[in-house]
Design a binder for this molecule. Structure first.
Ligand code: 6PG
Length: 279
């Protein structure tokens, strides 16, 4: 299979390191560990590349992660991070007006980026449906790809910044970013950023990194909490392909980690569960 075919189908690249699994006792412990590790990645990336590049997605566990980063103890730890040298991107976004409560970046801003020192970060929000592209979803996706290309650091290779980490939440159906099971977006290799229509989860219009876009990240972390994710986690770790479980596809260039809690790990095959590191 060629790299192009692999990218088109989201089939994992065998030359990339295999995913590793870590399990925390509960959601709070998971959020704490993910927050600490995120700060560590940002600090190391600044040393290595000058600026750090991170891509977020939304969801309940991400909101806990943002809260932990924002809280005072973590803010002290974040002294290691110069927030003015952090570029914040998005893995997916709902294509709705800027003031819509549906925006994925709303909670991130409310919980974290509206506050000092995190407000110093350079933000790359995905376009809104009442912004510079109006309601032209294709133009908005292409525009975001151009924004990303323009934000590449000197040592980034490819079409996008090589995100130091992309944090992907997981849907109960196994979706990640706005790549849904069996949905046409899975097969859209038109660019690293794609327009998604008729999303099975409302709202219908979205912008998402494609499999090709996600493949340009240095690290991909799947973060999942709760019993509602246990079935999808188990499928992804049981050999299901990315058309059935999109989260089975993306692999980072250097690392793919699944950081989950016990409830989300509950249906894993015991042989897989035995490989997990305890967080
Ligand atoms: C969206 C959501 C969605 C979310 C996952 C995990 O764009 O509709 O942001 O993709 O990230 O479903 O969210 P929960 O952990 O809250 O289920």
């Amino acid at each position: 299979m060629t790299q192009e075919q692999r990218s088109l189908l989201g089939v994992p690249d065998p030359t990339r390191p295999s995913p590793r699994l870590s399990v925390a006792a509960d959601a709070q412990r998971l959020a704490t560990v993910v927050a600490e590790r995120t700060l560590g990645v940002l600090a190391s990336a600044q040393q290595a590349h000058g600026r750090a590049a991170i891509a977020f997605t939304a969801g309940s566990i991400m909101e806990q992660v943002w809260s932990v980063i924002a809280d005072s103890a973590q803010a002290r730890r974040s002294d290691q991070v110069d927030w003015s040298l952090v570029d914040v991107f998005w893995g997916d976004e709902r294509f709705v007006p800027a003031d819509s409560a549906d925006r994925n970046d709303g909670p991130a801003n409310r919980l974290l980026f509206d506050r000092a020192p995190f407000s110093e970060a350079r933000q790359f929000p995905m376009p809104t449906s009442n912004g510079r592209y109006g309601d032209d979803l294709d133009a908005a996706a292409a525009g975001y790809a151009a924004d990303l290309a323009g934000a590449r650091r000197a040592d980034d290779e490819g079409e996008l910044p090589n995100f130091d980490v992309v944090l992907l939440g997981l849907g109960p159906d196994g979706h990640c970013a706005s790549l849904f099971p069996g949905h046409p977006g899975l097969f859209d290799d038109s660019g690293p950023v794609i327009a998604v229509r008729q999303s099975p989860k409302p709202p219908p219009n979205r912008i998402s990194l494609s499999f090709r876009g996600l493949a340009q990240a240095r690290a991909v972390w799947f973060v999942a909490s709760g019993a509602g994710k246990a079935g999808a986690v188990a499928l992804a770790w049981s050999g299901a392909g990315p058309v059935v479980v999109p989260s089975a596809g993306p692999r980072g260039q250097l690392e793919t980690l699944w950081l989950i809690d016990e409830a989300a790990a509950a249906e894993l095959p015991s042989a897989v569960r035995a490989t997990a590191q305890q967080l």
